[in-house]
Design a binder for this molecule. Structure first.
Ligand code: APR
Ligand code: PHB
Length: 386
């Protein structure tokens, strides 16, 4: 079998890329190692930047998002016993964000691809990418118990942080920049109306907490917990009590339908291309979830890539493909900085001194008093145009 673009991974990056390529008349095959149900149910983030919303609409995948998504014009910061609202449109040129879960984005893109697009194979695990430096890179994969190969003009690794595509860049040519954090998140989904109509990011002496949502009846809530924490040590009542204390207001309690601990890490692999293998999304970079950049970076990468493949098809020019890594890394590092800033400003490091806590409070106070400081946060939160 041969295709123009072989895509490893059917997460948001791989699915949106396949859809954009289909609309541009470029054929592709998506190989996803997990089942459709697993991919559609995996709980991840839920905040779409304006540019991601625009990309999904342009992909023809915006109808349900526009019906069910919630436009958010700001967030609330809570610190030192008080609250401050950051108004996005007023501070960031009229832009805002949309609350629409990654699970729903993935369901919409899977349905479109299966109905109209090229092959999307589930339970098709890629073991190896061969020939990155040739003009016919090949994917070796297993599907329905049989070893198969797919020859491609180009390969795009959208296979997430634990994927195989990164290994196609020889170790001597790739550099990974990484940071881990001395805390994790305990995340729950609850059948309970959100306690407030915007997201609340709380800095407190008990640690960070975030009140988010999935819909007017479903809350998504997070607590900073120590690394290695076990969700089993957090019965529902303990979680609700801790959320009330850290967020400084009573939550609407309801049945908890999911509970898990998420590690926090920053990582960037450069360059995002070697020969005819390109990396996109979590395969190339991850951010800690504070600031909700992961899904948006993945979407931005593949919008840039789809433009580059369209240019190649229409004019034969590889100029945009050649610039792909540099173009994306500029945005990636901005988001890395912002996610690091939000994380380290809002969490309590277990080894943190009282001096460092006062610095965090001073930074949050500055955001509440300076339009410039608040605009810096707002512009980063709503994201740059792609
Ligand atoms: N062969 C085929 N598929 C693979 C392989 C492989 N060897 N390895 C991984 N995959 C699949 C995974 O099963 C997963 O469905 O690649 C997909 C990668 O998807 P994501 O991890 O969701 O990554 P991405 O599409 O880049 O989306 C980034 O996801 O983790 C969040 O915070 C992140 O929200 C951001 C978004
Ligand atoms: C979420 O709703 O899952 C979410 C929202 C904002 C974040 C991180 C996660 O910063």
């Amino acid at each position: 079998m041969h295709t123009t673009v072989g895509i490893i991974g059917g997460g948001p990056a791989g699915l949106l890329l396949a859809r954009l390529l289909h609309l541009a008349g470029v054929d592709s095959v998506v190989l996803e190692s997990r089942s459709r149900t697993y991919v559609e149910e995996r709980q991840r983030a839920g905040i779409l930047e304006q540019a991601t919303v625009d990309a999904l609409r342009a992909a023809g995948a915006g109808a349900r998002m526009d019906r069910e998504g919630l436009v958010h014009d700001g967030i609330e910061l809570r610190f030192d016993g008080r609250s401050h609202r950051v108004d996005f449109p007023a501070l960031a040129g009229g832009r805002s964000v949309m609350v629409y879960a990654q699970t729903e984005v993935v369901k919409d893109l899977v349905a479109l691809q299966l109905a109209e697009g090229g092959p999307l194979l589930f339970e098709a695990e890629v073991h190896r990418v061969e020939g990155a430096e040739t003009d016919r890179p090949t994917l070796h994969y297993t599907h329905e118990g049989r070893a198969q190969t797919l020859s491609c003009d180009y390969v795009v690794g959208c296979d997430g942080f634990h994927g195989v595509a990164r290994d196609a860049v020889p170790e001597g040519l790739r550099q990974t920049y990484e940071r881990t954090y001395p805390y994790s998140w305990l995340g729950i989904l609850a059948d309970a109306p959100p306690c407030y109509d915007e997201l609340i990011y709380a800095h407190s002496e008990r640690g960070f907490a975030l009140a988010s949502m999935r819909s007017p009846t479903v809350s998504r809530l997070y607590l900073q917990v120590p690394n290695g924490a076990d969700a089993a040590d957090w019965p529902d009542e303990r979680i609700w009590d801790e959320l009330d204390l850290r967020l400084g207001r009573p939550m609407n309690r309801g049945p908890v339908t999911a509970k898990s601990v998420l590690p926090m890490r920053s990582s960037v692999t450069e360059p995002m291309r070697h020969g005819r293998v390109l990396l996109a999304g979590d395969a190339a970079h991850i951010v800690p979830p504070t600031g909700a950049k992961g899904l948006n970076l993945a979407a931005a990468d593949v919008v840039v890539l789809a433009r580059a493949f369209t240019r190649l098809r229409e004019t034969g020019s590889t100029e945009l493909l050649d610039g792909y890594s540099d173009t994306c890394l500029r945005r990636v590092w901005r988001a890395e900085h912002f996610s690091y800033f939000m994380t380290t400003t809002l969490h309590t490091d277990p080894g943190q001194s009282a001096f460092e806590t006062r610095l965090q409070e001073s930074q949050l106070d500055r955001i509440s008093r300076s339009r410039h400081a608040a605009a810096e946060l707002a512009e980063n939160y709503v994201g740059l145009p792609i």
